[in-house]
Design a binder for this molecule. Structure first.
Ligand code: GUN
Ligand code: FE
Length: 423
């Protein structure tokens, strides 16, 4: 049985503005699910084996709500264009290579390894249009132990020939993709993945909306990332009042299944209101906001208005798979937003960033991203002794500093997903 006690310095965020810190505490895990965190070990748990991480930080696993697996190969290269040119010059050229199984095998092995040894325990992942390599990607993620939603991407217009499917092929391949992976994995699930409105006809979106509803499969896509992209969507879909309404008309905007939209940098009041009404998750990708010069998403507004927000690395729009890095960038960008755009929008605090990185995105997966009763036990353990300080720091300060100083790179010593220890 997968039942044990974790001992260590425990930090988590059950609410947006509330960080809980338990010095030298315990988490009782039964069958991979959290009973409760404790200050003192209760008698009822005294028979369980103890995984002793005394003196180390124990935090919920990080959730990456938006990452492109095929773009991992060129992360850190070519952040010198804005979105539409960047897609044409870098992303599409790389993604076309995944028609080749051998290339996919090589590149996806590197990607899956990178996620395994990162602080990420859950991720929503874009593949490419290619069914075979997307299934290969899922096989590798399953083997490497994280929990993920993975999508075969759909593209049937305005794309290079090598990445353009016919509407019928795109739909049929998606149906076959869903059939192929149905029941194949424990921790890896399919997700319907229209790339974005410019690359999907209305007809394809309608069919995907129907599929998502029929099979009860969640949806991921991109929304209101870049001004030229939004202008283009207006030209392509003149009958829609705003970008998100195009997805909504196809049943791809949270009305039927969980939906996550990346970016939402330029969402209008109407779009924001509909996201709230439909419970659409926003994947905030701060590195990508900067690297492809999209702008700064108004995250304070989303949090204040009660929208669901998580963090994404958006590899390769973002350069790093580290969600610690994304937390830092989200806090930094929120300060620039406050200074340069709107001084009524208070910068993000550390607990807010940690909340978004864990339970904020974790809710997309159900009970994940926190150390509360009934949550699946996903955790990372960080040895922060490599970050010495001349004074005694309290646990909250240690956690904050570990995030800012890249403790997930230097000190990640253990990782658990659904109660299974990966390393
Ligand atoms: N919009 C459509 N495709 C993409 C992509 O691959 N990356 C980003 N950042 N935005 C997109
Ligand atoms: Fe993206």
């Amino acid at each position: 049985m997968n039942s044990f006690v974790i001992k260590g310095d425990i930090v988590f965020c059950p609410y947006q503005r509330q960080m809980v810190a338990i010095d030298d505490g315990y988490i009782v895990v039964r069958d991979g699910v959290i009973e409760l965190p404790y200050v003192e070990l209760p008698d009822s748990a005294k028979d369980l084996p103890v995984h002793d991480f005394t003196g180390k930080l124990v935090m919920p696993g990080m959730v990456d709500l938006h990452i492109h697996a095929p773009q991992y190969a060129f992360r850190g290269l070519g952040a010198d264009m804005e979105l539409l040119d960047w897609l044409t010059h870098y992303a599409f050229k790389e993604e076309a290579k995944y028609s080749d199984r051998e290339y996919a095998e090589k590149a996806y092995t590197m990607f899956a390894d990178a996620l395994r040894y990162s602080a990420t325990t859950r991720a929503a992942v874009f593949g490419t249009i290619h069914r075979e390599s997307t299934v290969l990607l899922m096989d590798k993620l399953e083997k490497n132990g994280i929990v993920s939603y993975v999508g075969k991407v759909n593209m049937d217009r305005n794309s290079p020939e090598s990445l353009t499917e016919t509407t019928e092929d795109s739909y049929r391949e998606t149906v076959e993709f869903l059939a192929e992976v149905d029941g194949r994995y424990r921790n890896t699930y399919p997700i319907v993945t229209p790339r974005f409105v410019p690359s999907c006809t209305d007809k394809l979106l309608q069919k995907l909306g129907w599929l998502s509803e029929q099979h009860d499969i969640p949806v991921q896509s991109h929304l209101s990332e870049n001004p030229n992209e939004i202008k283009w969507v207006k030209e392509l879909c003149p009958e829609s009042r705003f970008y998100g309404e195009v997805y909504d008309s196809a049943g791809l905007f949270g009305s039927n299944t969980n939906t996550v939209m990346a970016h939402c940098v330029w969402s209008t009041d109407d779009e924001i209101a509909l996201m709230k009404e439909r419970g659409v998750f926003i994947a905030h990708c701060p590195a990508s906001n900067m690297n492809v010069a999209s702008g700064i998403a108004p995250i304070r507004r989303y949090l204040t208005e009660g929208l669901k927000v998580g963090l994404g690395s958006d590899i390769a729009g973002g350069q790093s798979v580290s969600i610690f890095t994304a937390m830092v960038e989200a806090m930094q960008l929120s300060r620039l937003y406050w200074r340069h755009i709107d001084s009524t929008k208070k910068p993000l605090s550390f607990p807010e960033a940690l909340y978004m990185a864990t339970k904020g995105g974790g809710r997309f997966f159900g009970k994940a991203g926190s150390f509360e009763r009934g949550f699946e036990f996903d955790a990372i353990v960080i040895d922060d002794s490599a970050l010495p300080h001349p004074q005694e720091l309290n646990l909250r300060q240690r956690a904050e500093r570990a995030v800012w100083l890249g403790g997930d790179q230097k000190g990640l010593v253990a990782k658990y997903v659904r109660g299974e220890r990966l390393f």
